[in-house]
Design a protein. Structure first.
Length: 412
């Protein structure tokens, strides 16, 4: 059975005894009380310290005072045998016994008498009241009958009993208030944690977007510098170098917020924010890291290992969401090839660069870049980029069947 609790203690009971319901028998000529007593006698004889005993309305079906006295005596006997006992009762004597003895814990079932609805919760330490007169009134009993019953109760009850009832009602009201406050506190805490998670995710996405924009700016400036070497400069190379340096400084400033995971070593597992995936560290070589991301082995710069280290042996805590494994399902629609025929080297690389990231996320380890034959400039330019890309394990010309010189096969 599922247990809906944050924490619990379980006891291994060797036997469970129960006396529940009406067991009167016309055939055996047994009254309700007698049939209960036969069952309870067996329980008293056989129960021990490894037993759980469940007794429903113990001592009912006979003269109330004697039945209540017998109920208390049965409870004491079972406790002497160190059995675990659960008793339901309407007897004041049994309730008072529970209040006086530290080995007993009393609970009552909460009920909304105004709306005549159960609350489905237990009140600890509160003596319950059946309130038969309230129920009779709600059911439409003649008011004279109810008033007469109230008068009889007043005559037969002491002032102390009235005070005790009043205190119990106050305690029950306090327990309800405490329960409601705890529920509200839990709700506020959950909302706070949700807001913090959302804020953290928004900040992460903003930093990634800012970093992405700056990287694109840096890449464009680098491309412009390469073009200036072969053509008449649009503006001075000195000015361009200054722009590149300024952009690089901004980029580094943004990346400082996304600090790389520290002290990583072979065998560690990390969560990579950029890819929203877990990865295993296969090897660390100075500033380069070799990782396995869902079966795809990728080389990365050490500074790009941004996220958090995951302790696989950590015990699950209350904040279980901190260690939840997050993975991105493979993109079934992603093809293994990308066509860049007719593009410039820079245009083609922009598309290939993004395609490599998508392939890694989709657990694709081999991709095909279709660049065509032409003069060979596009192929050479793309391979220059591939040569320096830490995500690329190797690349080669495709076989004749795969396209030959018009296609480059890249292993990630």
């Amino acid at each position: 059975l599922p247990v809906f609790a944050k924490a619990l203690k379980m006891t291994d009971f060797h036997s469970v005894f129960a006396d529940i319901g009406d067991k009167q028998s016309l055939i055996l000529d047994l009254s309700t009380f007698s049939s209960h007593m036969l069952n309870i006698k067996k329980i008293l004889d056989e129960a021990d310290k490894n037993s759980l005993v469940l007794l429903d309305e113990l001592g009912t079906g006979t003269e109330p005072k004697e039945g209540a006295a017998l109920a208390v005596s049965i409870i004491e006997y079972l406790l002497e045998k160190n059995a675990k006992v659960v008793v339901t009762t309407h007897f004041s004597e049994v309730k008072n016994y529970a209040l006086k003895h530290k080995e007993a814990i009393i609970y009552s079932v909460d009920f909304d008498y105004e709306n005549f609805l159960p609350k489905y919760r237990l009140l600890s330490g509160v003596v319950g009241k059946s309130n038969p007169l309230v129920i009779a009134g709600k059911l439409g009993f003649n008011e004279t009958v109810i008033k007469n019953a109230e008068n009889i109760i007043e005559k037969n009850s002491s002032q102390a009993e009235f005070k005790l009832d009043e205190l119990n009602e106050q305690k029950a009201a306090l327990e309800r208030r405490i329960f409601d406050l705890k529920q509200h506190e839990q709700s506020v805490l959950e909302q706070k944690e949700d807001v913090e998670r959302r804020e953290k995710e928004i900040n992460r996405k903003l930093r990634m977007k800012e970093s992405e924009i700056l990287e694109e700016s840096y890449s464009l400036l680098q491309k412009l510098k390469r073009k200036m070497k072969s053509k008449k400069p649009v503006y001075s190379e000195k000015q361009l170098d200054e722009d590149i340096k300024a952009t690089e400084e901004k980029l580094n400033k943004v990346k400082k917020h996304d600090k790389p995971v520290e002290n990583i070593s072979k065998g560690d597992t990390v969560f990579l924010e950029k890819y929203n995936k877990e990865a295993e560290i296969l090897d660390v070589d100075k500033d380069r890291v070799y990782v396995d991301m869902g079966g795809i082995k990728v080389k990365m710069n050490k500074n790009d290992i941004v996220g958090r280290k995951i302790n696989k042996n950590a015990k699950t805590s209350g904040k279980s969401h901190e260690n939840i494994k997050v993975s991105t399902p493979p993109n079934a629609a992603l093809k293994r090839e990308i066509v860049v025929v007719g593009k410039t080297v820079d245009e083609a690389w922009d598309r290939v660069d993004k395609f490599i990231d998508e392939a890694i996320l989709a657990n694709i380890s081999v991709i095909f870049i279709i660049h065509g034959r032409g003069s060979g400039a596009l192929k050479r330019g793309l391979r220059d980029y591939l040569k320096d890309d830490v995500r690329v394990n190797s690349y080669k010309e495709a076989s004749p069947k795969e396209g030959g010189a018009a296609v480059t096969v890249v292993t990630l």
